[in-house]
Design a protein around this ligand. Structure first.
Ligand SMILES: CC(C)(COP(=O)(O)OP(=O)(O)OC[C@H]1O[C@@H](n2cnc3c(N)ncnc32)[C@H](O)[C@@H]1OP(=O)(O)O)[C@@H](O)C(=O)NCCC(=O)NCCS
Length: 325
């Protein structure tokens, strides 16, 4: 990167519009509006989470052309294990900006005495992959975007388990029916999400998010759809959840967010039934597709998605760089 032409500086609040534009050019499958980014940046920056963000600006125009960040993972908070992300405006690729940001982030991580740095690269982006490999990142898992074309989902071949579950005193409901604003509902759904998230296979430790962050992200966030937030319960205890959300820039698509079943209630078909209801909802409401992310460590979830007809697309490699001296 030619430093006489480009300036690496702290990220500013007024960079969010440019960042949303660059992100949507690089990742057109999951474009995010500036408002959505603001919402999640605010959440991800809440203490104790770590957020360090920089931008690259073209000196002649003042235009923000790239963003880099180091951050902790809310569900796996460890100040010694951070994630690095780099996003460059496609018009400004091949000028060494991505490498300069990558090197800067590794340097910053070392300064903070981080032990492990995590980063991902798309398999169809050979330059990013080469950068990870040359920098010493070791593959830890593959992730991919899974897409379900709602019209071709094999819904009819998946039995409706409502009656079977009712015989076990398991009732199926939604956040809208339960009352999204009721504190006891929020407490119960939060408790379930903490218990179910414990078993999401991950690289690193599990740390539950706070109730406030959970509520802000999943019960009050800009994408929340209370009638597409499917729940299973027994008495007053929630046992399973699967929530669909929307993205402002993709009105015909739903995002399959979290699915989890309480450990004591697994292998009864709860998750599959909740997700089946999600697909039926998408079909009724006229959505064309549902997107989610899967990974090579979580075969149970991917096997459920395969049964529902999700197709694997846009694969990523996620690697770990040891900075242990
Ligand atoms: C993945 C998870 C949601 C499955 O919940 P569940 O209610 O037990 O799933 P179901 O009973 O509906 O399973 C349906 C089918 O999925 C497959 N499956 C589910 N769990 C499996 C496991 N541990 N190993 C292999 N296959 C599994 C099976 O084919 C199963 O059908 P079968 O029991 O007739 O063989 C649950 O294990 C969980 O909460 N895990 C932690 C949270 C998580 O990882 N969520 C995904 C990230 S979003």
């Amino acid at each position: 990167m030619d430093r006489t032409c480009f300036l690496l500086r702290p990220f500013r609040d007024d960079d969010v519009e440019a960042f949303a534009r660059i992100g949507s050019l690089q990742f057109p499958e999951t474009p995010r509006t500036a408002d959505e980014i603001r919402h999640y940046r605010e959440l991800l920056g809440l203490p104790p989470q770590i957020r360090y963000e920089v931008a690259v600006e073209e000196r002649s125009s003042g235009r923000m052309v790239a963003e880099g960040e180091l951050g902790s993972s809310p569900h796996s908070f460890d100040p010694k294990r951070l994630w690095a992300y780099v996003t460059v405006d496609p018009e400004f690729e091949r000028l060494g900006i991505g490498r300069a940001l990558g090197d800067h982030l590794v340097h910053e991580a070392r300064r903070r005495e981080v032990r492990f740095l995590m980063a991902g690269a798309r398999l169809n982006h050979p330059r990013a992959l080469r950068f990870l490999q040359r920098s010493g990142f070791v593959e830890k898992r593959r992730t991919w975007r899974s897409v379900l074309e709602v019209a071709s989902a094999p819904l009819e071949s998946i039995p409706n388990r409502t009656d079977d579950l009712a015989r076990e005193d398991i009732e199926l409901t939604t956040l809208a029916e339960e009352g999204a604003d009721r504190p006891e509902v929020r407490d119960g759904v939060y408790r379930l999400s903490v218990e179910a998230s414990r078993d999401v296979p991950r690289v690193g430790v599990y740390t539950p998010v706070s109730r406030a962050s959970f509520v802000a992200a999943h019960l009050e966030g800009p994408g929340v759809l209370p009638d597409a937030f499917f729940l299973a319960k027994c008495g007053h205890e929630y046992l399973g959840l699967s929530n669909l959300e929307k993205l402002a820039a993709l009105p015909a698509t739903l995002i399959q967010a979290f699915t989890g079943t309480h450990p004591a209630w697994r292998r009864r078909g709860i998750a599959l039934e909740l997700k089946r209801r999600g697909v039926a909802y998408a079909r009724r409401q006229g959505f064309k597709s549902i997107q989610t992310f899967n990974d090579s460590l979580n075969e149970p979830m991917w096997s459920i998605n395969r049964r529902l007809g999700y197709q694997r697309q846009n694969e990523w490699l996620e690697g770990e760089l040891s900075l242990v001296p």
